[in-house]
Ligand binder design. Structure first.
Ligand SMILES: [Zn+2]
Length: 221
């Protein structure tokens, strides 16, 4: 499928990029233009071009988690924009890789294969999950990975891999899921926020997020 170099608007000041590879980065045009996730390894220059074409220079990059399809372009974009890169402190062992030996072998091999020897991203600021970054609220959603973060922009949830958005919300695939019970509890907590909409890395944006999350929770309750 052809990838248009076009930034799609999801909600006011919230955009979804098309240049990230498997996992769609999102862009918040608040006081500090903020990129949520940085695409697959090697996608940095494509994301840079997409932002440039739209006349946008990001000041901050926040990473939902350390999986390669979310952090691959981070160092490149940090270098060309000077943006501050942030990630969850609970994700640190998976970003600096000190925690890789504790992962199931299949997951470890997958990570090694995807990263192909490239180093983990440089992080300027570790988030404990309680922050509000110029209106962008950090929402800890552990489960998919231990330090996975989602973000709440005026009632719209940028979910990363905490779940898959779309007409019907789904759980992330088992192969890529480290702790399903914890991931389900995170989704149940998110429901209490009564979000208006949600957009995830591997699923399309959808409104009526509270109703769709409730339907997802009903599948295991
Ligand atoms: Zn992931």
């Amino acid at each position: 499928m052809r990838q248009d170099r076009r930034v799609d608007q999801v909600a006011p000041d919230l955009y979804r990029l098309t240049s990230g590879g498997f996992a769609a980065p999102h862009l918040i045009m608040g006081d500090v233009p903020t990129l949520i996730d940085a695409g697959a390894p090697g996608r940095g220059p494509a994301i840079e071009r997409e932002l440039q074409a739209a006349g946008i220079r990001v000041g901050r990059i926040v990473l939902t988690h350390g999986d390669p399809d979310h952090v691959g372009g981070s160092d490149h974009l940090r270098a060309v924009t000077g943006a501050e890169v942030c990630a969850g402190v609970a994700e640190r062992p998976f970003i600096d890789r000190s925690g890789w030996p504790t992962l199931p072998l299949r997951r470890r091999l997958l990570l090694r294969g995807f990263f192909r020897g490239t180093p983990g991203p440089t992080i300027d600021r570790w988030l404990d999950g309680s922050e509000i970054l110029e209106g962008l609220e950090v929402v800890p959603m552990p489960g998919h990975t231990p330090g996975h973060l989602a973000f709440d922009w005026k009632g719209w949830i940028l979910a990363g891999d905490a779940f898959v958005s779309g007409g019907r919300f789904r759980e992330s695939l088992g192969l890529f899921m480290l702790d399903r019970p914890t991931a389900r509890r995170s989704i149940e907590r998110l429901l209490a926020r009564a979000p208006r909409g949600a957009s995830s890395s591997h699923g399309l944006p959808a409104d009526h997020a509270t109703e769709r999350l409730q339907a997802l929770v009903d599948t295991w309750r």
